[in-house]
Design a protein around this ligand. Structure first.
Ligand code: NAD
Length: 248
């Protein structure tokens, strides 16, 4: 097992990509803190994974953009497990609109959750990792944070910011044996993309050489690689998992 007895905090883990990452880590022996704004769904996910994989899990209702919420959650995780080895900053939202129609509230909400949320969670957790001289942080960015996307000024800016923040955090904490990497998913089959029209889906798929949408497990597999010792000499990296949509 690649993560036996390690403790992982995963934000936005009640469903979708976050849940798949949690399940992958549980299958490798990690104990989990399932963090989400949706407590009921988080508790259900935590219960199911504990039963299925025989690991310890806890759930907490936390808004990642709220520093008080996050600090209280981190304390609860430390009280429960006594350590934090892995943080996956996965929680994210979209509020798409063309630039000229985008409201301040749409901009602020997405930047607050997707970008400030990564900063707030990282700041709260990394001090414990630095003290322990061991830690691993994975930030979920997006291919559109690398290439831009019409109608997503707020979302693409947040994800581009996450990539820059990943590199800065990697540089600040490398000396403390904390590795920090990002995963940039392409077009993945979750509730976030389910809402897109068939026309948009067809247009997006046309840009994907592997000619299929990604599955949450495609992202979870990359996260497992980055969370494990298999990637011991990798930090500040952006791992593209996009079916060839963007080749750099
Ligand atoms: N689905 C895709 O195609 C795709 C592509 C690239 C990147 N991503 C990124 O992957 C991540 C997961 O996306 P998904 O497709 O699984 O989405 P999803 O909507 O299925 O799941 C997101 C989860 O985050 C939770 N959440 C939302 N706001 C929160 C907050 N303030 N605090 C805590 N939790 C919160 C939601 O309750 C939900 O459980 C996001 O960061 C998203 O931007 C997704």
């Amino acid at each position: 097992m690649l993560l036996k007895d390690e403790v992982a905090i995963i934000t936005g883990a009640a469903r979708g990509i976050g849940r798949s990452i949690a399940e992958k880590f549980a299958s490798q022996g990690a104990n989990l803190a399932i963090i989400d704004v949706n407590l009921e769904a988080a508790e259900q996910t935590a219960g199911e994974l504990a039963r299925q994989y025989g690991v310890k899990t806890m759930a907490a209702r936390t808004d990642v953009s709220n520093a008080e919420d996050v600090d209280a959650m981190v304390k609860k995780v430390l009280d429960t497990f006594g350590r934090i080895d892995i943080l996956v900053n996965n929680a994210g939202v979209t509020r798409d609109n063309l630039m000229l129609r985008m409201k301040d509230e749409e901009w602020d909400l997405v930047i607050n959750i997707n970008l400030k949320g990564v900063f707030v969670c990282t700041r709260s957790v990394v001090r414990h990792m630095a003290k322990a001289r061991k830690g691993n942080i994975i930030n979920i960015a997006s291919v559109v944070g690398q290439m831009g996307n019409a109608g997503q000024a707020n979302y693409t800016a947040s994800k581009g910011g996450v990539i820059a923040l990943t590199k800065t955090t990697a540089r600040e904490f490398a000396g403390r044996n904390v590795r920090v990497n990002a995963v940039a998913p392409g077009f993945i089959n979750t509730a976030m993309t389910e809402v897109l029209s068939e026309q948009v889906k067809t247009e997006m798929l046309r840009q994907v050489p592997l000619d299929r949408m990604g599955e949450p497990e495609d992202i979870a597999n990359g996260c497992l690689f980055l969370a494990s010792g298999m990637s011991a000499y990798i930090t500040g990296h952006v791992l593209a998992i996009n079916g060839g949509m963007l080749m750099q």
